[in-house]
Design a protein around this ligand. Structure first.
Ligand code: FEO
Ligand code: CA
Ligand code: CA
Length: 668
């Protein structure tokens, strides 16, 4: 995320965004794993264009095995597709025999009366009817048994002003003193924000509901005149529901009831419920607030733990509610899971406070064998926690309306991963020590508003940035993406986070006891330690059948396909870090092939890979390409790529891509 109190000078905006997960900062100067890898990959050139891709493809060979791996038994992946060559260039690549088609780009019409995208003359009013920026979570609610028509729901997590607005950011050369010498450095300098630009940013956040259908040729297309199409923005009216609704700590001047909130922020990953609603997760909400809390304010401790005010955006200069000196309670109204009914375009989205307030990466659900619904959510920050929520009521398959408020009543648990391979799910319930008055919790609402502090007191395990947490309904397993944590020092390792300076992340597999997703005592093991397995210092654990294209770093989102198989998308791979862009990898979890990974799709330079989402039949895969072109000194005028249009008159644009098999059939 951008830290953008103008004017701002940074060398690389991507690195700044990564620093957003950095509240648990370790300021030591020890060389990091990233430094070792930078040295390795800095020898490679930046490869552009299809010729360069062909060159990579021509050199594909079985992985040069490190000593320990040379003896490993060769096994083959259970995935059939021909692997894509890892690398970096200006466009996307999908496995041979599949089509990857751009479905919706930033600025495309969502509502029938939206104006055509005109980036030189963009307005907030136009943006509020057009596809938003930085698509992240994608879900699909079928409207037909044939799965040829349905509602696509998409999160718009954040905005890159330097790539969105013409004549706004520029590359400047500055002279700085370093080690007693004058050194010239190039930086991106951002211009001055006006209310008009801020309002465009606010309208580009939130989400989209749009009907899509397959045409005669089988290609997916938006249905612009659909009654369902909807943009959700930072201005959309929402309701706070559950234990926190109406509490004094969520009341503001504009909302003395403490129940009515405008908008949703930083919607990262999400999930669909069994009853067809969309859960959109508010992640780095702290960055939108500026100003300073009044001295001695009761939220001081709470906001410190959440990093409020982050001051990345300067919306507070134009909208009082984003200035904590004027509206000190407003940040308590963000950081929730928001439930949206995509089939009812007039419905008021509900912030389900029973699921806790933290930097929710996503919210994936499963119906337990006893009918209760279990929702998993990671808190994406270095040294934060893994959670699950279990409803008290049970899912009613025959009457969707009976599930309408299921998520308002239940128990939130936080995970403690023990050395003996068990995981203890600890309830966050007010009344029992230490979640009591003596520790500043007067009610369950207090526990939920300060979920992180409550989980600290219970002794939850500090993780390496929990991202997606995905249950597999077919196996009773749960996959937890831990993206990286280079701030974990030697001596701070634990069994579930075994690497200090964890630059490439890992994946934990939880086995819920007897397939009971509501279990409070389960077991866990590490499925994969990520990174380049040919570099011994990395300590990666991909199977020996994994090729040099098949390994990845920084797992982020994931999905389970129709056959119960795991697919993992990444955020943070680049030429300098891993010699490859982000992408989507198919990962075996069972049998001899366990730990084998294959590259299926890769993004253009600068992007991260979001989504992924399979239709129930697995015949279509939806992928979100987020922040393409955002690499190095990228600006509107000089992005690292002009994907997907490759038109000098158009900016680089985040977009959702559909993947289908040529001739039809399951993605395998
Ligand atoms: Fe928005 Fe944790 O990624
Ligand atoms: Ca993410
Ligand atoms: Ca991410």
């Amino acid at each position: 995320m951008n830290e953008r109190v103008p004017p701002i000078e940074v060398e690389n905006l991507t690195e700044m965004r990564e620093a957003s997960e950095d509240v648990g900062r370790n300021d030591s100067d020890n060389p990091t794993m990233g430094d070792i890898i930078n040295r390795r990959y800095s020898r490679r050139g930046f490869l552009r264009g299809s010729l360069a891709v062909a060159a990579i493809g021509a050199t594909v060979s079985p992985l040069a095995l490190s000593a320990g791996r040379a003896q490993a038994q060769e096994v083959s992946s259970s995935f059939d597709f021909a692997e894509v060559a890892a690398g970096v260039d200006e466009t996307h690549h999908v496995a041979e025999g599949y089509d990857a088609d751009v479905l919706l780009r930033w600025g495309d019409k969502v509502l029938a009366d939206a104006p055509d995208f005109d980036p030189m003359n963009q307005t907030a009013e136009a943006q509020a009817k057009q596809f938003g920026y930085n698509n992240d979570y994608v879900g699909f609610v079928p409207l037909s048994d044939a799965e040829d028509r349905g509602l696509l729901v998409v999160n718009h997590e954040y905005t890159n002003a330097e790539l969105m607005f013409p004549n706004f950011a520029k590359v400047v050369t500055v002279t700085e003193e370093k080690d007693g010498q004058q050194v010239e450095t190039q930086k991106v300098e951002i211009g001055e924000f006006t209310k008009e630009l801020v309002d465009i940013e606010m309208a580009a956040h939130g989400g989209t509901v749009i009907e899509i259908a397959r045409d005669e040729s089988g290609k997916w297309k938006p249905v612009l005149d659909s009654q369902y199409n909807r943009r959700i923005t930072t201005e959309t009216e929402m309701a706070l529901t559950g234990p926190v609704a109406g509490h004094a700590r969520v009341k503001t001047n504009a909302d003395p009831s403490g129940t009515k909130v405008f908008g949703t922020l930083n919607n990262c990953a999400g999930g669909l419920t069994p009853w067809g609603t969309w859960l959109t997760a508010e992640e780095n909400v702290h960055g939108y607030f500026g100003g300073a809390l009044p001295e001695g304010h009761r939220e001081e401790l709470n906001y410190k733990r959440m990093g409020v005010p982050g001051g990345w955006y300067n919306w507070g200069s134009f909208h009082d509610r984003f200035d904590v000196s004027k509206e000190p309670n407003e940040p308590n109204r963000f950081g929730w899971i928001v439930e949206v009914d995509p089939k009812n375009p007039n419905s008021v989205p509900k912030k389900r406070t029973a699921l806790g307030r933290f930097k929710h990466e996503g919210c994936e659900t499963v119906v337990n064998s006893d009918g209760r619904v279990v929702c998993y959510s990671g808190d994406d920050e270095r040294f934060d926690y893994v959670y699950k929520f279990v409803t008290n009521g049970t899912f009613n398959e025959s009457d969707p309306s009976a599930n309408a408020d299921l998520l308002d009543d239940g128990t939130l648990y936080v995970a403690r991963f023990d050395e003996d391979g068990t995981v203890e799910w600890m309830p966050l319930v007010h009344g029992e020590a230490p979640l009591d008055e003596a520790h500043g919790f007067a009610s369950q609402a207090d526990v939920l508003i300060e979920t992180r502090r409550a989980a600290d007191l219970l002794g939850a395990t500090k993780m390496d940035r929990p991202e997606d947490v995905q249950p597999n309904p077919k196996t009773g397993k749960v996959y937890c993406m831990l993206t990286n944590n280079t701030r974990r020092k030697e001596g701070e390792e634990n069994a579930a986070n075994p690497r200090a300076d964890n630059a490439f992340g890992h994946i934990i597999e939880i086995t819920e006891t007897d397939g009971d997703f509501a279990s409070t005592k389960s077991t866990w093991e590490i499925l994969l330690k990520c990174g380049d397995p040919s570099v011994a210092e990395v300590g990666a654990s991909f199977s020996s059948a994994t090729t040099e294209n098949g390994w990845f770093g920084m797992p982020d989102n994931c999905a389970i396909d129709a056959d119960g198989r795991l697919w993992v998308s990444t955020d943070g791979n680049s030429e300098s870090k891993t010699g490859r862009t982000d992408g989507l990898w198919a990962v075996d979890t069972d049998g001899e092939a366990r730990g084998t990974s294959k590259l299926f799709f890769r993004v253009p330079v600068g992007a991260e890979m979001c989504g992924p989402y399979f239709t129930p039949s697995s015949e279509t895969l939806f992928l979100a390409v987020q922040h393409p072109g955002d690499e190095g000194l990228a600006t509107y005028e000089q992005p690292a790529t002009r994907w997907p249009d490759f038109d000098d008159n158009l900016p680089v644009r985040p977009a959702v891509v559909t993947v289908t098999k040529q001739g039809g059939g399951k993605i395998a």
